[in-house]
Design a protein around this ligand. Structure first.
Ligand SMILES: Nc1ncnc2c1ncn2[C@@H]1O[C@H](COP(=O)(O)OP(=O)(O)OP(=O)(O)O)[C@@H](O)[C@H]1O
Ligand SMILES: [Mg+2]
Length: 379
């Protein structure tokens, strides 16, 4: 449905300094898919979206939409935004303050000049109904709450029934409760309409709840693409492991080369740890082992497994809503651990024995060797 290949976009600041906003960005989005660009501020999410919409011209790369090429630097093809049939909600909503709700939503229809007033009225009514704003037509844009403005922007993006919907952090201006509600409403709407969507956020929890697939970006590059759970559970780099949620990163060295997905021992300060690999590494490589707090368990006294058992002392503990968080010192390394708890009945035995589940001890590259991968589980 959408193919983005090797996009490069540089900006020139004050005629001199060149900013590499995105560098070699590639991904493809299937029809009906909810695809998310996730990454920290300044990593190039908005730039990527604006290139897809045709609001920026990349220096290099190719974009095709429904098998039609809309941009190709090599062949000097550039299709203007209003011929791409894309709906976009901007990071700031960008609704017109001097227009009422109806006229805001009708704006793209009038600009296209293809419909009579009666058709425009029925299309606007359809879009407003869709976002739960039926009856708000006459309301001036300045008299809307943040959540209502967000709905107007969404109705305006949907009113032309676009092939592709681009959403740039549409929920970031809303308070936490409303954001949660809008998150599920948006997802329901997207499913009902079956509209192919590229969503931008820096919030990893939001991306996990909403997306079919995620592309994690950093410094203008796509580091990993995969289903939310796969990217969370099987990161391939330090950056992705860390950005997707709390994790423990343990330094390690490989005694022998690894040629692809497998289980192998890694030399660490905690001894030899059995770990799971998603990709290849050479002998002697310095790596990091990422193990999430919920994948470390207390080993029972009669635990027969001898692999990946370490001893430590509890330094801190706290409990909330049935989950306890621990900071445990293991040979000078602090491990974070998370476990279900009944009330505040913490583990009281100290020192403790921990089991680091081998399958969940995932070997990732350090950020120095930043590379780009499809998540192994999606290959
Ligand atoms: N018009 C511009 N001129 C110069 N530099 C720009 C311009 N637009 C973006 N940049 C730079 O390009 C990089 C990527 O910016 P972009 O807006 O795509 O990031 P983002 O991921 O959307 O960030 P945020 O989460 O803060 O919105 C940043 O370093 C930014 O300063
Ligand atoms: Mg942005």
């Amino acid at each position: 449905m959408l193919e983005v290949q090797k996009l490069v976009k540089q900006f020139t600041v004050r005629g001199a300094v060149s900013v590499n906003a995105i560098n070699d960005v590639s991904f493809s989005v299937n029809a009906g898919e909810f695809f998310t660009l996730l990454g920290p501020s300044g990593c190039g999410k908005t730039t990527t979206l604006r290139c897809v919409a045709g609001l920026e011209r990349p220096q290099a790369g190719k974009i095709s939409l429904r098998s039609n090429i809309v941009f190709d630097s090599a062949n000097r093809i550039y299709v203007v935004p209003n011929h791409r049939n894309i709906g976009m909600v901007f990071q700031s909503y960008a609704i017109w303050p001097h227009l009422n709700v109806f006229n805001n939503v009708a704006f793209p229809l009038r600009a296209a000049g293809r419909w009579d007033a009666k058709t425009i009225a029925s299309k606007v009514a359809w879009a407003l109904e869709l976002v739960g704003l039926a009856g708000f037509s006459e309301r001036p844009a300045t008299q809307l709450s943040g959540g209502q403005q967000q709905r107007v922007a969404l109705a305006r993006a949907l009113v032309k029934e676009p092939d592709l919907l681009l959403l740039d952090e549409p929920l970031s201006n809303l308070d936490a409760k409303l954001r949660e509600r809008m998150r599920s409403e948006l997802k329901r709407l997207q499913r009902e309409l079956g509209i192919t969507t590229v969503y931008v956020t820096h919030d990893q929890v939001e991306s996990i709840h909403m997306s079919d697939r995620i592309a994690v970006m950093n410094r203008g590059r796509v580091l990993q693409i995969g289903k939310p759970y796969d990217v969370y559970e099987r990161p391939t780099s330090q950056f992705v492991a860390d950005f997707m949620g709390t994790t423990n990163l343990i330094n390690g060295v490989l005694r022998k080369a690894v040629n692809g997905p497998t289980v192998e021992f890694v030399d660490t300060k905690l001894g030899l740890l059995q770990c799971s690999f998603s990709c290849a590494f050479s002998e002697g490589a310095t790596v990091l082992i990422s193990v999430r707090p919920e994948n470390i368990k207390f080993a029972p006294e009669n635990e027969s497994a001898s692999v990946n058992i370490v001893a430590g002392r509890i330094k801190e503990r706290s409990a909330w809503q049935g989950m306890a968080d621990y900071a445990i010192d293991v040979g000078g390394i602090e491990l974070r651990m998370r476990a279900a708890v009944n009330g505040n009945a913490f583990a009281s035995i100290d020192p403790v024995r921990l089991h680091l589940i081998p399958d969940k001890c995932v070997v990732v590259s350090t950020d120095k060797g930043e590379r780009s991968y499809e998540s192994a589980a999606t290959l």
